[in-house]
Design a protein around this ligand. Structure first.
Ligand SMILES: Nc1ncnc2c1ncn2[C@@H]1O[C@H](COP(=O)(O)OP(=O)(O)OP(=O)(O)O)[C@@H](O)[C@H]1O
Ligand SMILES: [Mg+2]
Length: 271
């Protein structure tokens, strides 16, 4: 299922140039009395592949959901490509952004979920073309051409006319990856995308993601328990605990010689 032959046909937004693409400034998120993110600061440079690790409940999914604007921060700001995600500047002041602004900034961000979340009533092709047509305004022909390139990339050319339920979990997840890429986002968010899959289907999905990491400029922010995959693709690994980044660095450092005892403990439990 090597996708190399088709990669030249796939264009994603040019990554800028190693400049800052994502910035969290003192982001706090609470659910009731539970402070999940506590004045969190972090940045991701354009084109980088960053993996978030940390114990269950440490807020990894919450970070991705905030970026996808599926939730809003209680305090602090998030910027993507220099644009405030959920705020707007009006008369020199930052105010909560309206839906239109949020929709515009969100176009730069794609997300793949653990549970695929494909549209069950649409065939594979339409799952991929729906947003490019309705959100980006592509013609049906343009969107289908783009989708065909992406189906080739994820090794599913033969399956364009099937419904999601006619595919294996691994195939459905590869459709979900193609669907996210069809918007040509600058950032791809991946939340434990292989953890709902049967073990024999995991490798195919990770291979597709490795190809994308290797051959495109897309910025990836990835939550995964697949530590070998994280080691392979990551430029940086961020270790979360209790709503903060407690340690970050290149994978060789974090996986082999972390500074924090908490990181050591966590890794010995999952490796
Ligand atoms: N919609 C919500 N309502 C209430 N609490 C929530 C909600 N979403 C998340 N939480 C709580 O926020 C905390 C962080 O959850 P989150 O899903 O971000 O953790 P995680 O690091 O992704 O964990 P896991 O590794 O288990 O996926 C948890 O305590 C969770 O119960
Ligand atoms: Mg999670």
């Amino acid at each position: 299922m090597s996708a190399d032959s088709s990669l030249s046909k796939v264009t994603v937004n040019p990554a800028v140039d190693g400049s800052e693409l994502i910035r969290f400034d003192k982001v706090t998120k609470r659910f009731g009395a539970n402070t999940v993110l506590d004045a969190l600061d972090f940045t991701v440079s354009s084109g980088k592949h960053v993996t978030l690790i940390g114990p269950s409940g440490s807020g990894k999914t919450t970070i991705l959901r905030l970026l996808m604007t599926l939730a809003r921060p209680d305090e602090g700001t998030i910027r993507v490509g220099g644009e405030y995600l959920t705020h707007e500047e009006r008369g020199g002041r930052l105010v909560p952004a309206g839906e239109k602004h949020v929709r515009e900034v969100r176009k730069n961000i794609g997300m793949v979920f653990q549970q695929f979340n494909l549209f069950p009533n649409m065939k594979v092709m339409r799952n991929i073309t729906e947003a490019p047509v309705h959100v980006l305004g592509l013609s049906a022909d343009e969107a289908e051409e783009r989708a065909r390139g992406l189906l080739e990339l994820v090794g599913l050319t033969e399956h364009a006319d099937k419904f999601p339920t006619q595919l294996s979990g691994g195939q459905q997840q590869r459709v979900a990856i193609a669907r996210a890429l069809a918007m040509r986002p600058q950032v791809l968010l991946l939340d434990e995308v292989t953890s709902a899959l049967d073990p024999e289907l995991v490798a195919g999905v990770l291979d597709v993601l490795r190809d994308i990491a290797r051959t495109t400029d897309i910025t990836m922010l990835c939550v995964t328990h697949e530590m070998n995959f994280a080691r392979d693709i990551s430029d940086d690994v961020l270790m979360f605990d209790a709503g903060r980044v407690i340690e970050s660095g290149p994978p060789e450092k974090i996986f082999n010689d972390p500074d924090q005892e908490r990181t050591r403990q966590f890794l010995s439990a999952v490796l």
